[in-house]
Design a protein around this ligand. Structure first.
Ligand SMILES: Nc1ncnc2c1ncn2[C@@H]1O[C@H](COP(=O)(O)OP(=O)(O)OP(=O)(O)O)[C@@H](O)[C@H]1O
Ligand SMILES: [Mg+2]
Length: 299
């Protein structure tokens, strides 16, 4: 049985009449990259705030490495690194000096650790430039370096790719995978499914403060089905026609395409031609986690 690194039990946070986090039960195992997925306002940051002992839960418990965490009792957090929001580093200090300053909090760290983490996030070259002169991606990478400085066994990242361009996002994903390969457990929140799908072993989907599904990414994908996509001159009219097919579970239009769930390509083709509609293109694709996510988080 894998070791549990992080566990929450009925974790709940209310802000006045708003229940931001509602009885959340999470289990994160050692060495995995765990994705915490949810749309804006789902309660991800609030949950992470509680995990990091920054927000007082209204109810429920958190255990990290088997120890209870509360804002007053958080010794377990010494083995946790976190990046929440944009990194709060000192603008007029260089990347390296920012890390040196932080390293003073951990007297046991060997002096070369600063350069080690700089290399890890690909900032060795830019280490002596001022933080304020860094691009968004570089700032985020330095934030990650700061979170890794004390060799944490669990790293908690709240939307680490927010504001990054596609290349920056890919880089961040590569760092995350590299961390996992070194045995670090990663807890990563995101509202981008695509991202989580590529980098995570397991995911929990949060919607309106509640976990709607949790499991292995490959297991969740097993529940996927085929989607037939047809390009037609009048998508709206074709969608109405296709919605009449008895087994159809869902029809949606997307630009010039109509997407049909629950029926085969042959059924779609014969039904359309029967109604005098000739599709310019027909493709059968597997619905992915994106569809599942939208399905689960639709309000
Ligand atoms: N300090 C606060 N006071 C009152 N309400 C709050 C507070 N912090 C968060 N909330 C509310 O709690 C809910 C969850 O917010 P939270 O920031 O945790 O969501 P999120 O999943 O991180 O969203 P996003 O993807 O936008 O970052 C929202 O309805 C938010 O308005
Ligand atoms: Mg958030």
């Amino acid at each position: 049985m894998a070791t549990i690194v992080l566990q929450t039990r009925d974790l709940t946070k209310r802000f006045g009449s708003v229940t931001a986090v509602n009885q959340v039960n999470l289990v994160v195992y050692a060495g995995e990259v765990f994705g915490f997925l949810g749309p804006n306002g789902a309660g991800k940051t609030t949950t992470i705030g509680m995990i990091l002992g920054l927000i007082h839960p209204t109810a429920g418990q958190i255990e990290i490495f088997g120890q209870q965490v509360t804002p007053h009792h958080n010794a377990a957090l010494r083995r946790v690194g976190a990046l929440v929001g944009s990194p709060a580093l000192i603008p007029y200090l260089s990347g390296r000096d920012n890390l040196r300053l932080l390293a003073r909090l951990y007297p046991e760290l060997p002096p070369q650790r600063v350069d080690e983490v700089l290399a890890l996030v690909g900032l060795s070259e830019a280490a002596d430039r001022k933080f304020k002169a860094y691009s968004t991606g570089m700032k985020q990478r330095l934030g990650l370096a700061a979170a890794l400085l004390h060799k944490p066994a669990l790293v908690v990242l709240d939307e680490p790719t927010n504001g990054l361009d596609p290349a920056g996002m890919r880089e961040m994903r590569q760092f995350i995978r590299a961390l996992a390969d070194e045995g670090v457990t990663v807890f990563l929140s995101s509202h981008l499914l695509h991202e989580v799908e590529q980098v995570c072993d397991r995911v929990a989907v949060l919607n309106r403060g509640q976990i709607v599904t949790m499991g292995r990414v490959d297991e969740l994908l097993k529940g996927s089905h085929e989607v037939v996509k047809v390009r037609v001159p009048e998508p709206k009219a074709a969608a109405d026609v296709l919605a009449m097919l008895p087994d159809v579970t869902r029809v949606e239009t997307n630009g010039r395409f109509v997407q049909v769930h629950g029926v085969s390509g042959e059924q779609v083709l014969s039904h359309l031609t029967h109604h005098g509609i000739v599709p310019g293109e027909l493709r059968v694709e597997r619905s992915d986690l994106e569809d599942l996510f939208l399905e689960l988080t639709k309000s």
